[in-house]
Each structure stands twice: as C-alpha cells, then as structure tokens.
Design a binder for this molecule. Structure first.
Ligand code: ZN
Length: 151
C-alpha cells in the first residue's frame, strides 16, 4: 500500500515501472516521450523492493504497443510496462530485446545513405555479452546501442 501512495493513479495511459535508477531520464529523451504533449509524471530514485532505487514514468492518454515496449527494453530490460484503461491494468508487457529497430535512431555513420535518401533508419539488433550491437541495414556497420542512441 505504501508503494501505491508514491504515484497517483491514472485513468488511461502507460506506466513504465521498475526502471533502474538513472535510466528514466534516458528513456524520456530517447523515446521522445515529452514530444507527445501528453501529461507525463516521473519519479526518480524511488524506493523499491527488488532494486535499490528505481525510476518510474507515467504517460497519460497513450497506450504503448508491444513494439514500443521492446524498443524501451534496449535501455531498461528489467522494466515493466503496464497499459491502463479506466484505472485497470489492461495489459502488461514482458519485454524482450527487439530484433529490429526502425525509424527511431539516426545512423551514427555520417556517410551512410540513410541520411540523404528518403528512407527510415533500420537496425538489426544482436545481444553480445555485455552490450547490445545494432547493425545498420544501409551501411552495414555495427555500433553499440549507446552510440546509436547518442548516450
Ligand atoms: Zn548506416
């Protein structure tokens, strides 16, 4: 119950919970959540049972799709996503690293044709030991996800 008091309930929207502390601000930037012009409530460094501290993001009037949830998993694989309608959790996504990330990030290679041609950026994703590698479909170069995301 004490945990519930930290965040006001929302009628409709998406709650991203259990984000490792410090990742919340990256997620806000990388998924351009602020650009949605919907009401967003964030909590940073909240106490949690499983993690030392966690971040939490609530986006009102926006129901995340599974594809969006998977993009988010690049930054916070342990986060949980609750899609809420009429104060009830309608779906919960168990995230997995996506195989493909399309039209989200620009290719870090400035010579890549994706910058001059009218195409969406397109990366295939490979999980390595301690990193996630993203390979551009157009220039076929591989980059660490942090480089692609500009972190
Ligand atoms: Zn490229």
């Amino acid at each position: 119950m004490a945990n519930k008091l930290q965040v006001e309930a929302i009628k409709t929207g998406t709650v991203i919970d259990h984000i490792p502390a410090g990742q919340g601000i990256k997620i806000l930037k990388q998924l351009h959540l602020v650009d949605l012009k919907e009401k967003i409530t964030v909590g940073f460094n909240l106490p949690s049972k499983d993690l030392e501290l966690k971040d939490l993001i609530k986006v009102e009037n926006r129901l995340f799709t599974e594809a969006e949830a998977n993009q988010l998993s690049l930054f916070a694989p342990s986060a949980t996503i609750n899609v809420i309608e009429n104060y009830v959790v309608k779906s919960k996504f168990n995230m997995s690293i996506p195989e493909v990330v399309e039209a989200v990030f620009d290719c870090p290679n400035s010579n890549c044709i994706s910058h001059t041609e009218p195409v969406n950026s397109y990366f295939t994703v490979k999980q390595k030991a301690n990193d996630v590698q993203m390979k551009c479909k157009y220039c076929e170069k591989s980059f660490s996800k942090d480089i692609v995301a500009g972190i």
